[in-house]
Design a protein around this ligand. Structure first.
Ligand SMILES: C[S@@+](CC[C@H](N)C(=O)[O-])C[C@H]1O[C@@H](n2cnc3c(N)ncnc32)[C@H](O)[C@@H]1O
Length: 298
């Protein structure tokens, strides 16, 4: 499946070890967990974690009866499955531009540290809208182009990119920063209402992080989140779908397998051993407990 937008494939990358574990990012992890705890609904039936990776923050979603982890990397998901098991969790390797789910299958979704890898923002947000219930919640985190550091760099260096223009900036291949107004327009186009804007991760400075206790910095960060000043490097949006169509089924199937759909034909799937077969005969593999929709089987 090579046509369509480019994909940032983490494959069997060592993202977990190279970026998180022992890499001095306890503060970033702590602030993201704090803001999620504030923004997540009190409970619900089924949550979709888009770009779940190795499941770093999946344990924050325990108030949902079922969590579906979607990621393009089979290996990251297999690590997550090893950690969380199958009870209450479903692992789906797929391209978020082609979600393999029934419409309205989820009552909530999150996308944290992921949308910066998407060159076609309306397309991926459109997919999330499609699989959410009419009044579904969506927590979206994005990397902020108009952050304090970028503004200072722009002030003092003529070569720095302009943080004030609305278009996304691709500073490294398939790594984008977004202007807050650009992102607000994208979500509004898709009928998402903004319930809260939380600017996060104000103290991403090695010196500060090593000098001050993580939870102290995370507490200060929580205070600044209330300011609404969108000049921090990371922004969380608490969104609610306001879809008035009313014709999108609102009852969620109890069997999680029933929500899976062939991403090519959109038809229902039946399980035949370690293979899922669509009504039109397209076959998809199940590898180590992960439903694999990246490429159909021969
Ligand atoms: C920076 S990691 C974030 C993982 C996790 N959300 C976290 O915060 O730890 C980005 C993840 O997005 C996934 N990803 C990127 N493009 C994707 C796509 N088109 N479809 C599905 N997942 C994608 C990558 O495989 C990777 O696991």
């Amino acid at each position: 499946m090579t046509d369509g937008p480019r994909i940032c494939d983490y494959g069997d990358s060592t993202y977990r070890q190279d970026f998180w574990e022992g890499q001095g990012r306890d503060y970033e992890d702590a602030v993201e967990r704090r803001v999620l705890r504030k923004l997540l609904p009190a409970g619900g039936a089924r949550l979709l974690e888009v770009g779940a990776g190795f499941g770093r923050i999946t344990n924050e979603y325990r108030m949902f009866r079922e969590v579906v982890l979607l990621d393009y990397s089979l290996e990251q998901l297999q690590y997550a499955r090893h950690k969380y098991g199958d009870e209450g969790y479903l692992y789906v390797a797929a391209d978020a531009y082609r979600m393999p789910f029934q419409a309205s299958a989820f009552d909530a979704a999150t996308m944290i540290r992921v949308i910066h890898h998407f060159e076609n923002v309306p397309a991926v947000l459109g997919q999330i809208r499609k699989v959410l219930r009419d009044d579904g919640s969506f927590i979206l985190e994005y990397a902020n182009k108009r952050n304090l550091k970028a503004m200072l760099r722009h002030l003092f260096s003529s070569r720095a990119w302009n943080p004030y223009t609305l278009e996304p900036i691709e500073f490294v291949e398939l790594n984008f920063n977004f202007h807050p107004e650009y992102m607000q327009r994208q979500v509004a186009e898709l009928n998402f209402a903004v319930r809260k804007v939380a600017p996060v991760s104000w103290f991403r400075l090695g010196l500060l992080k090593s000098a001050l206790p993580t939870q102290f910095l995370a507490g200060l960060d929580s205070l600044l989140q209330r300011s609404g000043w969108t000049i921090s490097p990371s922004i969380f949006l608490d969104l609610q779908l306001r879809d008035a169509s009313g014709d999108r089924g609102q009852s969620l199937p109890r069997d999680p397998l029933e929500i899976l759909r062939c991403p090519l034909s959109c038809s229902a799937l039946r399980r035949d051993g370690d293979v899922l077969v669509s009504d039109s005969g397209i076959r998809w593999g199940i590898h180590g407990g992960v439903f694999d929709f990246r490429m159909p089987l021969e």
